[in-house]
Design a protein around this ligand. Structure first.
Ligand code: 3PY
Length: 250
């Protein structure tokens, strides 16, 4: 049987108790009746994970964090451990989002260590890769995403089939610019080939597209053979848009 696509929302640093409750309730209401066309998850700021646990427990929507510490526990002020995420029912943790690489100095090695830490505790890391505009224009796209994914493969070894990969071209994040379906597919095919060299089950790995995926462009992106879902920024803050993206994942 074909694996379902995965539509994961990345709320980034947005939300409030009141806004989250209204958003999640509208999503759950919109999902009533029909079997959802895709697997779903919402990745929230850490303080709201308890709220998501109580709102989403038993629903078809999973939840997760936007980051996780590479360390197990101890003197790491400000960090959140994967054991803590587990206590609040998180199924996923985004790691290596370009905003963390850019603004928080995360290297490929740190991102890989975070992925490894998550996997070891049974939380699925959503490992983000993607090139900047300058790198694309210099013809380095393939080399950059391969280097980023290689770090994860090197660190997690045969567990690579248990990660989710998200290709997010940095120039398409929060800019309203989207890679064309063909541009995205070309990079996804490169990532799939790299996975195929590391595992005999490369198709078990969801490769999500992220970068201004929205209700209008989702269907054409999700129709590409190697695009197995989406990591959704702004559009995951609107119930109708998120649900339309989910519906277009058939
Ligand atoms: C975007 O949609 O721009 C994202 O960065 C999703 O993670």
């Amino acid at each position: 049987t074909k694996m379902k696509k995965l539509i994961a929302g990345n709320w980034k640093m947005n939300g409030s108790l009141a806004a989250n409750e209204a958003l999640v309730k509208a999503m759950l209401e919109g999902l009533q009746g029909a079997e959802p066309a895709a697997d779903m998850a919402l990745c929230a700021p850490a303080p709201y994970l308890a709220q998501l646990q109580s709102l989403l427990q038993g629903s078809p929507i999973a939840w997760g964090a936007q980051d996780v510490s590479a360390h197990e526990q101890g003197a790491y002020t400000g960090e959140v451990s994967v054991a803590m995420l587990k206590e609040f029912g998180c199924r996923y943790a985004i790691v290596g989002h370009s905003e963390r690489r850019q603004y928080h100095g995360e290297t490929d090695e740190v991102v890989a260590a975070k992925a490894q830490r998550a996997l070891a505790a049974g939380v699925t890391p959503i490992v983000c890769v993607g090139e900047t505009l300058a790198q694309r224009e210099a013809g380095e796209t393939e080399a950059v995403v391969k280097r980023q994914l290689a770090a994860a493969i090197h660190t997690v070894g045969h567990c690579i089939t248990e990660i989710v990969v998200a290709y997010e071209p940095v120039w398409a994040i929060g800019t309203g610019k989207t890679a064309t379906p063909e541009m995205a597919q070309a990079v996804h095919a490169v990532l799939r080939a790299q996975l195929a060299a590391a595992t005999t089950h490369p198709k078990r790995v969801h490769i999500l597209y992220g970068g201004s995926m929205n209700a209008a462009n989702a269907a054409s992106l999700l129709a590409q053979p190697d695009i197995d879902g989406g990591l959704i920024g702004g559009a995951s803050l609107k119930a109708a848009d998120f649900l339309q993206i989910v519906a277009s994942a058939r």
